[in-house]
Design a protein around this ligand. Sequence first.
Ligand code: HEC
Length: 168
Amino acid sequence: MKLKQLAVSAVIAVAALTATGIALGDAGSGEASPIYGVKLPDGYRQWALIAPAQEAEPLNELRAVLGNDLAIKAYQDSTLPFPDGTVLVKLAWKHSQSPEFEPASIPGAATTVQVMVKDSRKYAATGGWGFGRFINGKPADEAQHQTCFACHQARVQNHDFVFTRFAQ
Ligand code: HEC
């Protein structure tokens, strides 16, 4: 009887884990990124701002990093590592000059949307993060996805592989 109960609990636990994996990895719409299978998350454009950033030449871009509710809560509570289900999205645009007011920098054409999804089990080999880079809504090629983790690992391993800090 005891053994049978154990077996039943094990099956339930595995089913729950599998369901979580599917929910985290497959949430979103459109094509999935190579290697990681990350999609553009639904409704990300309405997510809260974590911080803006500016990148010098040659990219010369303005950026904004947004997070889902779990991400924002983790930042507020200084939770590290970020919990499973955290999703971070980075929007990027060409840096352009306001035609109406010269000293002002404004976003020009959109360039990429980049996504990081936390699922410590599914993405155990890359610090628990799955990566996706999208151009016009389509995932970039596999070669580009091979670069993501290496740079984040080299620079911000001590901050759960995440560069962006919350801008108060
Ligand atoms: C050469 C270094 C480098 C590579 C390669 C790189 N990133 Fe990043 N990433 C950064 C930096 C620096 C930031 C901080 C924000 C900024 O300056 O744009 C960042 C920020 C991010 C963010 C916002 C969360 C955070 O860590 O701040 C996401 C999402 C992201 N990158 C996804 C990707 C994806 C997807 C790839 C691969 C397609 C990738 N990155 C490749 C350097 C890199």
